[in-house]
Write a protein that binds this ligand. Structure first.
Ligand SMILES: Cc1cc2nc3c(=O)[nH]c(=O)nc-3n(C[C@H](O)[C@H](O)[C@H](O)COP(=O)(O)OP(=O)(O)OC[C@H]3O[C@@H](n4cnc5c(N)ncnc54)[C@H](O)[C@@H]3O)c2cc1C
Ligand code: HEM
Length: 421
């Protein structure tokens, strides 16, 4: 536990750190990558370019300092962080490295205002959070090891099938090279793919499992990421997977992780609404299949938003859900349909998810909502659910990037839940 004095000091400097948090983060990364280049391999350098990382760590510092006297408020955030760290194989001995450079960055940005007493208090506070994370991460690693078919670190998997799902999304069916079991996973979880890229060293990437647990393989479904601007490179690993990785190739895979899950082993007592945007359909498809298999009578609403029939993945699999479950409704929206998409009934309607649509189409007063998609989709759904007064314990989401980007609105208003790098 921290002393009252430490808590008081940390709370007192929070506004100053908040005002300079992005600079602190930038300086932190510069110092850490220069002083301890061995940890650079864990960090996706594309996130450094997008600025999301800067904002995310800034958010982490502020949220943590705001809740220094109420660590219980950070519990969901710690679970997200621990699962993410375990997916990447982060180890306890790396915590002092991050702590050292974080403190040095705060010292540099605060200048003379950073007294020894303040730095000691911040160091103590960091250590407390580090201890909480390390403890949970050790538990997760132990659980992974104990699971039938489970492992720690990386294990070789062979690409058994490679199937295009749309013009931009391709599925990879992965079987363990050793022919042994794979562990059960919770629908919604992701695995980690580590590729030694031939030209550009980079970090591992997470991919959600798009099939349901209980078979002899993992399936991931990867969207080809184009460069977002004329001078930006195309996504490194998604392009490599699409263009270079073929059936029979071997990939290094980290075990299933993640806390965006639907526990279908427990009785599901509310209707479930799954809202998928683009490639964000992957964890939700796994949830839908698992729920229907375990509890076919639960009312399930599956909305899929896509650009048009060219980018629309899993059309048949999602249609099939309707015959598999007793109470399944599906809705497909295109925001930019091709000329004949509506006529050919490739989608149900043109448009995007709105508050009105959620009000009219979903049992929003009882349902649990799970959603995943690109940033504008996420922000739109999040804001709509908020307007509908759906309480936070019925709202669950995954974002395929630093989570902070989605929650910035929430952070401004109620800064309790998100800590992010
Ligand atoms: C929990 C989780 C689950 C996920 N599940 C899935 C999934 O099921 N399917 C899926 O397809 N993806 C998924 N992702 C995303 C996936 O992990 C990768 O982030 C995605 O494939 C992009 O990786 P990449 O290496 O192709 O792109 P990166 O090389 O990481 O690039 C990302 C973006 O940054 C841009 N960029 C890179 N360098 C620069 C630069 N110098 N200047 C400007 N812009 C730059 C690129 O153009 C690209 O748009 C998931 C992510 C998470 C966190
Ligand atoms: C108490 C200390 C720490 C906190 C609070 C923390 C917090 C976080 C958070 C919030 C995320 C982002 C989760 C998400 O939104 O997906 C994250 C990601 C990450 N963390 Fe930490 N972390 C800490 C320590 C460490 C350490 C010691 C390392 C080891 C080098 C590390 C390496 C990473 C990496 C590599 C990522 C992924 C970044 C990326 O996407 O490129 N973290 N961390």
């Amino acid at each position: 536990m921290l002393s009252e004095k430490t808590i008081a000091i940390v709370k007192e400097i929070t506004p100053l750190v908040a005002a300079n948090a992005e600079t602190v983060t930038r300086v932190f990364y510069q110092k850490m990558f220069a002083g301890n280049p061995e940890v650079k391999a864990f960090f996706n350098q594309a996130h450094q370019h997008s600025g999301g990382q800067q904002k995310a760590l800034a958010g982490a510092i502020c949220s943590y300092f705001t809740h220094i006297d109420n660590l219980a408020a950070l519990t969901p955030a710690v679970e997200l962080i621990a699962q993410k760290h375990c997916s990447l194989g982060i180890q306890p001995e790396q915590y002092p490295i991050v702590g050292k450079h974080l403190l040095a960055a705060i010292q540099e940005v605060m200048g003379e205002a950073a007294t020894e007493e303040i730095l000691a208090a911040v160091g103590e506070a960091y250590q407390l959070l580090a201890d909480v994370c390390i403890e949970r991460e050790q538990q997760i690693y132990a659980e992974q090891r104990a699971e039938n078919g489970g492992w720690n670190g990386y294990r070789s998997f062979v690409v058994d099938r490679k199937e295009p799902e749309s013009d931009v999304i391709t599925s990879f069916y992965l079987k363990p090279a050793d022919g042994a079991d794979i562990p059960a996973w919770q629908p919604g979880q992701y695995i980690t793919v580590r590729i030694d890229h031939p030209t550009t060293p980079t970090s591992p990437r997470n991919y959600s499992l798009s099939n349901q647990s209980g078979s002899d393989h993992f399936r991931i479904s990867v969207k080809r990421e184009p460069g977002l601007t004329a001078d930006a490179p195309a996504g490194l690993i998604s392009t490599y997977l699409h263009d270079e990785v073929q059936v029979g190739d071997t990939l290094e895979i980290g075990p299933p992780c993640g806390e965006f899950t639907l526990d279908t082993a427990q009785p599901v007592t509310t209707p479930v609404v799954l809202l998928a945007g683009g490639v964000g359909v992957t964890p939700l498809l796994s949830m839908a299949k698992s729920l229907i298999a375990a509890q076919p009578d639960v009312p399930l609403y599956f909305l899929q938003a896509a650009r048009n029939s060219q980018t629309h993945a899993f059309a048949e699999e999602i249609q099939d859900l309707r015959s598999a479950g007793a109470n399944v409704r599906t809705l497909t929206l295109y925001d930019q349909p091709l000329a004949d998409d509506l006529e050919n009934q490739n989608c149900d309607d043109q448009g995007v998810v709105t508050e009105k649509l959620l009000r009219d189409w979903t049992p929003f007063e009882q349902a649990a909502f799970y959603f995943c998609g690109p940033k504008p989709f996420m922000q739109n759904v999040y804001a709509s659910l908020k307007s509908l007064n759906v309480p936070a314990d019925r709202v669950h989401f995954e974002f395929f990037g630093p989570r902070q980007d989605i929650e910035s609105a929430r952070l401004d208003e109620e800064p309790e839940v998100s800590v992010s790098h």
